[in-house]
Design a protein around this ligand. Sequence first.
Ligand SMILES: NC(=O)c1ccc[n+]([C@@H]2O[C@H](COP(=O)([O-])OP(=O)(O)OC[C@H]3O[C@@H](n4cnc5c(N)ncnc54)[C@H](O)[C@@H]3O)[C@@H](O)[C@H]2O)c1
Length: 261
Amino acid sequence: MDTTDGIRLDGKVAVITGAAGEIGTATMQLMAKRGARVVAVDRQEEALTKAVATLPAAAKAVSLVADVTREDQVAGYVRKAVEAAGTIDIFYNNAGIEGEIAPITHYPLESFQRVLDVNVTGVFLGMKHVLPVMLEKNAGSIINTASIAGLMGSPGIAVYSASKHAVIGLTKSAAIEVTGTNVRINCVCPGLIDSRMLFSIFEGRNPGQQQAVAARSIERVPARRLGQAAEVASVVAFLASEEARYVCGASYVVDGGRTIG
Ligand SMILES: NC(=O)c1ccc[n+]([C@@H]2O[C@H](COP(=O)([O-])OP(=O)(O)OC[C@H]3O[C@@H](n4cnc5c(N)ncnc54)[C@H](O)[C@@H]3O)[C@@H](O)[C@H]2O)c1
């Protein structure tokens, strides 16, 4: 009888982008706890160093500063990850920005393009450069971060919503492209997570009224509270693990029921 605990990630190499952010940090902490070796990627060097310092020594963590919108830097973090850790088993393609918060009629084109660049081009480039490593050994799990804004419209953040719809499309198409291999590609759709990003969106929509907006938003969440970054991490770590071996091309909603209807 196989007694291996499929949720464990012992010996697996996990590359995580946006690792200095709240969801990225919570996820690398959980993956490290489950036995993974961590390669943490982010654009912000100081925050990345702080986040990686929270990991246990057993995670043998490596920090790589890179901008996910630059193909040379993406190719660079993938090459350095393989040099340092030998391979890539898990890729959490998570870096993202909310962009400016404004209606379409007032949305600057430059900001629109920047959001697409980070949230869509960054996710595309990550898969483009990590997939060959996984396909060569015929194993691996990729998890992209979409959002419930990728499933529904969201005022003031139309481009963010469009970018997350695109992440779901990229995920499904990539999952079909790896048909017949042992590489799985899924995405996670977090809802209202108690985080800097969420409160930045609340502030942008209603300046000075973050708490009131949060209270009104919670009324539309069946769980009657905001989610925690660690609760997104739980689902990502599951998708990364052998427990999810029959899960492919899926969009896992982690939203306390916000999108039920
Ligand atoms: N917080 C939420 O409520 C929420 C909800 C749904 C989806 N998400 C998504 O989850 C992911 C993580 O969000 P978070 O709440 O941890 O946000 P965060 O702002 O705390 O973290 C995002 C991280 O991505 C990094 N990053 C941004 N642009 C980058 C670039 N060009 N190159 C490399 N790194 C870059 C930032 O430096 C930051 O550390 C994002 O994709 C976000 O869109 C968040």
